[in-house]
Ligand binder design. Structure first.
Ligand code: ADP
Length: 305
């Protein structure tokens, strides 16, 4: 279990990037969602031991990783957003180099370990090719290979699928799902659909605070019977805004809006049909609630200290 307790990070400025985040993250895939600037990377960097929090604590299976980062270093794998590559090395050479840097022990020999890791991420056939010739997805899988070397208890993956085509994305996710079977995999992204398909549990952070957390299916179920969709003219859209929470309004057919609404009491606007709730509905709903709470408390600048 990974436990975050009242985590605070204040950057010079001051900018309060995390304002007291508490979370319990069990084994399996856990999704961290939030808009740009929410504090996701700050959180990931603290968990990876690269950044010191201003306050609060983090424990991994009971061991405090803020107090004693070295104790968990070997139990941690990290694929950062901007994973650096050495384009003139082959995949196998680069992985071998990274294993040396990380001080990974390989009782059966590093070459064997490199081979096993490349096999695991489906790169065995490309082991001798220069990284320069790898696609984006192949590079990300090489990044995962170094992150899982040493069989870490916690794997942290920050925005892994940016720029990947759909097939590469699927392949990458299959690897993450497999990893999540017997360890904690924390996946940060702003693509809600990715979390919906992959993660049994998730949290949303906004303005440095956790605005919701729990099971993805439970969260969807709670909205059952309260989400409706219809295609309306601009004037009707404005009227509906007065009575319902409008979570999406996409311009279609030139001047009409495909509109998705949530209704606390389950009231169905005329011309709308009830639709099954998605995790996106959950996400837009909690974001809207959180913005409304900010307005009610007069906080217009969620990240300012
Ligand atoms: P996310 O990953 O969700 O986009 P970040 O953790 O990168 O969010 O950023 C959270 C907030 O902290 C933002 O307002 C960002 O501008 C600010 N921030 C991030 N890094 C620094 C830094 N090194 N110095 C000052 N402010 C920072």
């Amino acid at each position: 279990m990974l436990r975050l307790n009242d985590l605070v990070k204040i950057y010079p400025g001051p900018v309060a990037a995390l304002k007291g985040v508490s979370l319990e993250i069990p084994e399996g895939l856990f999704g961290l969602l939030g808009p740009n600037g929410a504090g996701k990377s700050t959180l990931m960097n603290i968990l990876a031991g690269l950044l010191e929090p201003t306050g609060g604590s983090v424990t991994l299976d009971g061991v405090d990783i803020v107090q004693d980062p070295r104790a968990v270093w070997s139990r941690l794998g990290y694929l950062p957003q901007d994973f650096g590559f050495y384009p003139s090395l082959s995949g196998a050479q680069m992985l071998d180099f990274l294993l040396q840097l990380k001080g990974i022990e390989a009782p059966q020999g590093r070459k064997t370990l490199v081979g096993e890791l490349l096999e695991r991420v489906n790169l065995a056939d490309a082991a001798k090719r220069k990284v320069r010739t790898y696609s984006g997805g192949m590079r990300q899988r090489l990044g995962i290979a170094q992150a899982i070397a040493g069989n870490p208890r916690l794997v942290i993956v920050d925005e892994p699928t940016a720029g990947l085509d759909p097939e590469e994305r699927q392949r990458f996710y299959r690897i993450l799902a497999e990893l999540g079977r017997d360890r904690i995999v924390l996946l940060s992204t702003h693509i809600v659909e990715d979390i919906a398909t992959l993660c049994p549990r998730f949290a949303v952070i906004r303005g440095g605070r956790c605005v919701t957390s729990g099971g993805t299916s439970d969260a969807r179920r709670r909205l059952e019977g309260r989400v409706f969709e219809g295609i309306v003219a601009p004037e009707a859209l404005e009227r509906i805004r007065g009575s319902h929470r409008v979570t999406q309004a996409v311009l279609v057919e030139g001047s009409m809006f495909r509109t998705r609404v949530q209704s606390a009491a389950g009231a169905q606007p005329s011309g709308f049909v009830q639709v099954p709730p998605t995790l996106e509905d959950v996400y837009f709903g909690v974001m809207d609630e959180s913005r409304a709470a900010d307005r009610a408390h007069g906080s217009h600048s969620p990240v300012a200290a």
